[in-house]
Design a protein. Sequence first.
Length: 202
Amino acid sequence: MTTKVTTSVLALALVMAPLAACADWTGPYAGLSSGMANGTAGDLGYGSGSFDIDGSVPGVFAGYMFQSGSFVYGVELGYEFDGPDGSDGDYQLPLSLDNTLQLSVIGGYAASDMMMPYLKLGALRSDYTSDHDGDGLDLAKGKLDGWSIGAGLNYRMGPGALRLEVEHRVYDSASFLYGVSDYHDMDKTKVTVVSVGYLMTF
């Protein structure tokens, strides 16, 4: 009798496992996120070289997911209202990334009806402000373009899903203009963001 019950339980588990693995993540979603960013920037021509930048990155995001079997893929648009900043003690007093717009493609795997780990590849653009003298008068303002790669986990919780994510961002080198003709060539700015978010599916 015990053997029959055990066999039946195992058979049921084998039948249910693929069903759970195919939990449906298809459809639109939107959410909020909050994280911390840490990275480096560098003035190639002036100052002391590379310096640290860090700060909070609150944001919103929305996207759409498609699913084929257990494989999930989609596109996502995100916007962050703030970003990291830092000073080199010389001519970046400070440099700050003011906001970020990001478009990403996502590929994931429905590991169960609760969890979906994923990878993320994106293009991004951030507004920056650099204060040359620290007095708020001699400013360089513009946009930095770059790319990002990350990994995360969506975990169903309540009516939506909790999101945990880590992402590495690399911005193109740029030339900052202070005043009429004072150019500073900047090295690639690199930032790592660790964030937590919550999304609702519709």
